[in-house]
Design a binder for this molecule. Structure first.
Ligand SMILES: [Zn+2]
Length: 280
């Protein structure tokens, strides 16, 4: 029998026994007193043997994770009119890329990174850098699509678009800025595309900083695509009067991210190099 589905108990005529150690389990609640009550519907106490404790620990974590995912999906459905990945990006996957990239190392590193993200074992992020036209966005989309295929929640957008969602929450009933920030801080993967290429206010940068550093604290990965190196990124993000928040953002990204530099255009199909050093 499928013990997992029966929550590790075996129902017998006398009641229920622990599926691990055979101990009799007491029913809980009053429902079992009703004569016609279906025996399978009765809830029983949790056994306290070692194996059962381990089982329930995993069971509870799984339930918690499910609830978290459900809550996030609900908010996502509320703030995104369409699918939360742009249609254009939904068709990219590592399999098509493997054919066109000569340097398999980049693809292999990205696949490895993605697999660890799927298993929730990746605590670091990734900065994919390279000039315009170097397919950074598509590589990031491959990560996103692979994770989505595996039932993970991924949000991929530009920094400015995240800020728009926060601003929209001011006029939307039932949603708050805090909830939006929590969402971006807690989804399985956040991809900020073409980072540094928009004029963002100090207020907006502070929100992004909050989201990024929350993910760092929560040990959740992030992927940044950018055409800039560390110094350029600080310069791009800095506002006229303020460089401090830009420096803070780049600093925390540096601490949490690996770097991959895409150095050739995909069209030429020649060189793609990878550095295992953080680029920030
Ligand atoms: Zn037991």
């Amino acid at each position: 029998m499928d013990l997992k589905n029966s929550n590790y108990k075996v129902i017998t005529n006398e009641g229920a026994k622990c599926g691990f150690c055979n101990k009799n389990l007491k029913p809980i609640g009053l429902d079992y007193l009703y004569a016609n009550y279906d025996k399978n519907m009765i809830e029983y106490e949790r056994c306290n043997c070692e194996k059962a404790i381990q089982f329930w620990k995993e069971f509870d974590l799984e339930q918690e994770e499910k609830q978290r995912q459900e809550k996030n999906r609900k908010i996502i459905n509320n703030i995104y009119k369409d699918n939360y990945m742009k249609k254009r990006l939904q068709k990219y996957n590592f399999e098509n890329f493997s054919d066109t990239y000569k340097e398999k190392n980049v693809i292999n590193q990205l696949i490895k990174f993605t697999d660890l993200c799927i298993k929730s074992e990746m605590k670091n992020g990734l900065i994919i850098s390279g000039n315009i036209g170097y397919e950074k966005t598509y590589l990031a989309a491959c990560i996103a699509n692979k994770m989505i295929e595996n039932n993970k929640i991924v949000l991929m957008e530009k920094g400015g678009s995240i800020i728009d969602k926060i601003k929209e929450s001011f006029n939307k009933e039932g949603l708050s800025e805090i909830e939006i920030i929590e969402l971006y801080s807690n989804v399985d993967m956040l991809i900020i595309d073409d980072f540094g290429n928009e004029n963002l206010s100090k207020w907006a940068l502070e929100k992004l900083y909050k989201i990024i550093s929350n993910r760092y604290d929560n040990e959740l990965p992030i992927v940044i695509t950018t055409r800039y190196n560390k110094e350029q990124l600080i310069e791009q993000l800095s506002t006229e009067k303020d460089t401090e928040i830009a420096e803070e953002i780049v600093k925390v990204l540096n601490e949490m991210c690996y770097g991959i530099a895409i150095t050739e255009e995909r069209k030429t199909k020649e060189k793609v190099s990878i550095s295992d050093q953080t680029i920030c």
